[in-house]
Design a protein around this ligand. Sequence first.
Ligand code: PRP
Length: 209
Amino acid sequence: MLNIALPKGRLGEKAYSLLEKIGYKCEEFDSGKRKLVFTDKKNGVSYFWVKPSDVAIYVERGVADVGVVGKDILLEQEPDVYELEDLKMGVCRMAVAAKKDFEDDTDKVLRVATKFVNVARGYYEGRGRQIDVIKLNGSIELAPILGLSDVIVDIVETGTTLKENNLEVKDEIFPVSARLIAGKAAYRFKNEEIERLLMQIREVLNDKD
Ligand code: PRP
């Protein structure tokens, strides 16, 4: 039995389609329901429908054997797991954004609003820039508009949210895409199963290229 943690939402649905294609089908899987655990004994698979930022925790603690999680979350949380494959889905980038007319006054501490506190700290530390990190949980774009922060560090996908709020990208920090991760104990004890899954995923991904 392989236990798989999927991130709730569009990315999780895409990941499920990929897994379904290679035989990890779960008859009762339905992302629209409130149900959070789906098991298909015949196909030897259990899916956990998890909040995206919690996927790595379930995998790290061995409750799920493998999971699908964004590189943004991996770099923020640095969980003790194996990153097995770039799934080339959920592609976006981590960026610094601000109001179009924003100019950095280096005499002042820069106020940075973000969900990605560690990413933001690391980025500005590398530049020797002193910052005041303001941790938010969503709608980060509001912060510079309302004067809560000077800049934001956030995910940009289509750029629509920034555009509609008169903000723009000032710097790109790193590209982001979904990764297949495995727990260290699971990788050891279910090695054959996880390697088989990985090989099949690679085949599908290569066919797409
Ligand atoms: C993410 C991110 C941006 C938006 C970017 O938010 O924080 O707000 O998507 O996408 P775009 O470039 O295509 O407009 P999400 O929808 O995850 O919600 P959140 O505001 O709760 O973070």
